[in-house]
Design a protein around this ligand. Structure first.
Ligand code: SER
Length: 894
């Protein structure tokens, strides 16, 4: 039988399922249309999420596809292993309320054994540990011996959801046993062991649940979602070493080798694999309209492209080359994916331009990084400073993840928190510098239209550029200082009403830049930019895009601020007036007039009221009205703000009405959660609340839980108390209750842990003291009883104490000195052939009797081998003689 090609597998799979009444659909786009929480289509089921959840009705209850997928979570592994790919194709058959486990298993078995075909006795199965039903179907109905069915846990055999919510359920996987030559150790005895012998080739997911906001709810109707990675499957069918040796990828790999003028062997293997995978991923993504850029999805593509170029550098790349391979991708894949052919030329030119852009800084950046890594390794350092990673990012265009990957290859870690802090610092520096340079030389007539209430991306024209205080026609990568871009239209929110300005990106035909802040200057919107690549010119068309996640976080906090304002009115009374507000992506700060601190009960009531308003999912409406009319509607005004004749009013159901120019959620439900961090006073008559909303609230809770766990781990608490607290913490970690309630409970728990810890410490200290005291007291009494006056008039007391440590001797001496300041004390503890001693008195007795103990020590005869030292009134050490000999010499000296 001739070896099946990748395309044979595609077509036989679709034909098989078509013959079983499945509607065959073409692959959906890599850009998931319905799910904003997903960057890319990551599985065959993604386009069908709404069919599973019942939100939309499928065109058929049985569907089969070969779906383009892009997963970038393991990007750093691509090229280094035999099976990692970023872009891949997934074969899948789906049932929406039609067949379930039995039929799905039958289909998979039949296709695998009759069409691929794999020998039945080499197929192994895994099922979810609790799924007896699937086990029975495989065993009784299909006839797989029990020994070849393994039960695996949640990590292996529960799938989904894709993104933050949606269908998921237990799954069952098919594995091929490649034979004992791949290993017989523990990792290779059965599927799930992690070895090379058993390779998974098909995953059958029995969709049963809908996961949403931390909860699994049963789906209205069960479904089937199966997925088989085409390239991995082909590796097994064609019995080749790696995915890069399957026919289609091998053709692309060979084209890459030809373009780079190297053979696929030795040092060139990893770079060529990387280039093969990455060029394919780029071509497919761009054919679906996702382009390398500075933001979200586009940034992932840019990272892929730049990673490919870094590996290209290892093959001596110094000019654009990758772009040539787009044509090979189109030739190999164009028949099955016609969209590739339609835009090859454009994609190829775009990649070429991107290559040029990065090549300009790649060399310098790569050298800088190589040098830095070598230095750190030399100095035995483990961490790449965040500041360095930031310079590489900001000045040389190295995506952070690339720096991390290259650092990891040298066993170094990158200080990511430090990197983020640098990013924030840059923003802060820009903002601070801007404050001083507020009076920009811009014509008063300059006007920008703000379109950011309705869109986050827009096109406009550059109408002015500034380098510091000077207007200029162009800005480029070489421009230094504060750089400003003014456009005639912009979706960027300019700082105002407490809400910080947006950040994001802008791009023209010849360049791009990061926007790190935006402010209003009269009627002009001024963008503060950094990291320019290429150049920007006055008069050029510009594409502006706001950083979506940050804007969303700002909207969460701004809308939560309105809810908070309203809740304060409801809980405390209508005397509340807003006196200040800061809307930050990570938190909010709200100042208001109120004569005294809030009681804990009031605080909880405010927090609950806000969360209730969130859960009610109130629609948010914005109205533009004459001021008088807005006042009539009872909208709250901020004290001290100036309002025009036409005002904007933001209403959240009947709950809140406020004058406001900020950007908000469309529905309060989007805010998710609200947590008050603290209440304090910024000054007389005012109170201040700092709080978190949305993801920031969840993060804050998680951070606090982590901190509490660390506190507990480091505490000296004993069992069973420790595990009781641990259990309570784990309970708070599970997502059953709303975050703000868990937060409140956590605060109480923290106090209890701290109190228990304090009590335990006190207890321990007391016990230690008591133990010491009870052990030492007899020594003290006995020593005091030994007091004798020497012929010189000095009072001396000495004692031999068996089995005592030097610490005990010293502690006894301290006590005895306190009780009897006018005597010299000596304690001995024999220790093998040596004797340890402590000798001491008070300072005043030293002066009175005119001796210095530290000096005396030097005067003992050598044969006693006295070693030791200390102060005039206290010495310690050891000697090699009987205590009596020591005393004899001592008595003669004091
Ligand atoms: N969604 C499952 C997976 O990606 C099966 O298609 O593995």
């Amino acid at each position: 039988m001739p070896v099946k090609t990748v395309n044979d597998i595609r077509t036989s799979f679709l034909d098989f399922f078509a013959s079983h009444k499945h509607l065959v659909l073409p692959s959906a786009s890599l850009l998931p249309a319905q799910d904003p929480t997903l960057l890319f289509t990551t599985a065959g089921m993604v386009p069908f999420k709404d069919y599973f959840s019942g939100v939309r009705t499928p065109p058929s209850r049985r569907i089969a596809t070969v779906q383009k997928c892009l997963r970038t979570t393991d990007l750093e592994s691509v090229g280094r292993t035999k099976r990692h790919l970023s872009f891949f194709e997934m074969l899948g058959n789906f049932s929406f309320g039609d067949y379930f486990k039995k039929k799905a298993i039958e289909f998979a078995w039949q296709y695998a054994t009759e069409f691929l075909p794999f020998p039945p006795e080499r197929i192994w199965i895994s099922v979810f540990e609790e799924d007896d039903e699937a086990f029975e179907i495989w065993h009784k109905h299909i006839g797989i011996p029990k020994e070849r069915i393994v039960r695996l846990g949640r990590a292996d055999n529960f799938w989904g959801p894709a993104g933050e919510s949606g269908a998921c359920g237990p799954c069952s996987e098919l594995y091929l046993d490649r034979g004992e030559e791949f290993g017989t150790d523990a990792a290779n005895r059965a599927p799930g062991g992690g070895g090379e012998r058993f390779l998974e080739f098909w995953n059958l997911v029995f969709n049963q649940y809908d996961y949403r906001q931390g909860q699994y709810r049963p789906l209205a109707q069960t479904g089937i979602d199966t997925g088989a990675g085409l390239e991995r499957l082909a590796t097994l069918v064609q019995n080749v070493d790696s995915v890069f040796d399957t026919d289609e990828l091998a053709a692309l790999r060979n084209a890459a080798a030809a373009v780079f003028g190297v053979a696929y062997e030795g040092e060139a293997v990893v770079p060529l694999r990387v280039i093969t995978d990455h060029v394919r991923a780029l071509s497919f993504a761009m054919a679906d309209g996702i382009y390398p850029s500075n933001e979200s999805r586009g940034y992932v593509l840019r990272r892929i492209l730049r990673r490919a170029m870094l590996f290209g550098r290892r093959l001596g790349q110094s000019e654009p080359k990758l772009y040539q391979l787009c044509h090979s991708v189109a030739n190999i894949y164009g028949k099955f994916y016609p969209e590739l052919g339609r835009s090859t030329e454009f994609i190829s030119q775009y990649i070429r331009e991107e290559e040029n852009r990065f090549l300009r800084t790649l060399g310098a950046g790569a050298e800088r990084l190589e040098q830095l890594l070598a230095d750190l390794v030399d100095r035995k350092q483990k961490v790449v400073p965040g500041k360095e990673a930031f310079i590489l990012y900001d000045t040389f265009g190295f995506p952070l993840e690339l720096t991390i990957e290259l650092a990891e290859a040298e066993n170094l870690r990158v200080d990511v928190a430090g990197f983020n802090a640098e990013m924030e610092k840059q923003r802060e520096r820009g903002r601070a510098a801007w404050k001083q340079a507020l009076d920009l030389p811009l014509e008063k007539s300059l006007r920008s239209e703000f379109t950011g209430y309705h869109t986050l991306t827009d096109r406009g024209k550059i109408v002015a550029l500034l380098q510091g205080q000077t207007q200029t026609e162009t800005l480029s990568e070489k421009s230094e200082g504060l750089l400003f871009v003014v456009t005639d239209r912009t979706p960027f929110y300019a700082e105002g009403g407490g809400q910080l300005g947006d950040t994001g990106f802008l791009r023209t035909a010849s360049g791009s830049a990061r926007v790190i802040d935006c402010r209003r200057h009269n009627d002009a919107w001024v963008h503060l930019v950094s990291g320019i690549e290429g150049s920007l010119r006055v008069g050029e068309e510009v594409e502006l895009s706001v950083e979506r996640e940050r804007r969303q976080a700002l909207a969460h906090h701004h809308s939560a601020t309105h809810l908070l304002n309203a809740a304060l009115h409801k809980v405390l009374g209508n005397h509340i007036r807003q006196s200040g507000s800061l809307v930050h992506p990570d938190y909010l700060r709200f100042d208001f007039t109120h004569p005294k601190a809030l009681t804990p009960e009031e605080l909880v009531a405010v927090e609950e009221t806000v969360n209730n308003a969130i859960q009610q999912k109130l629609p948010v409406a914005t109205l533009e009205l004459p001021k008088a009319e807005a006042e009539k509607r009872g909208a709250l005004m901020t004290f001290g703000e100036k309002y025009g004749e036409i005002v904007r009013v933001v209403e959240m159901g009947d709950f809140s009405k406020e004058f406001c120019g900020g950007t908000h959620v469309q529905n309060t439900g989007e805010i998710g959660f609200f947590i008050i961090e603290k209440e304090s006073s910024p000054g007389a008559g005012n109170r201040r609340i700092e709080a978190y909303a949305g993801r920031a609230a969840v993060n804050a809770l998680q951070k606090r839980l982590e901190a509490a766990k660390t506190l507990l781990a480091q505490s000296s608490l004993k069992q069973p108390l420790r595990s009781e607290f641990q259990k309570e913490l784990e309970l708070l970690e599970s997502e059953e209750e709303l975050p703000h309630r868990r937060w409140r409970k956590l605060l109480v728990l923290e106090d209890r842990i701290a109190a228990a810890e304090q009590a335990a410490r006190k207890e321990k200290l007391k016990a230690e003291k008591a133990a010491l005291a009870s052990g030492i007291e007899p020594l003290v009494t006995e020593l005091l009883a030994q007091k004798k006056q020497l012929p010189s008039g000095t009072v001396l007391a000495s004692l031999v104490a068996e089995n005592r440590s030097i610490a005990e001797l010293k502690s006894a001496l301290d006590r005895v000195r306190e009780r009897e300041p006018k005597a010299l004390f000596c304690l001995f503890a024999p220790n093998g052939s040596e004797t340890i001693f402590v000798l001491g008195t008070t300072q005043s007795y030293c002066s009175e009797r005119n001796f210095r103990l530290s000096e005396l020590l030097k005067k003992f005869p050598q044969d006693l081998a006295v070693a030791g030292g200390g102060k005039a009134e206290l010495v310690q050490g050891k000697f090699q003689a009987e205590p009596q000999q020591f005393l004899h010499h001592l008595s003669g000296m004091v």
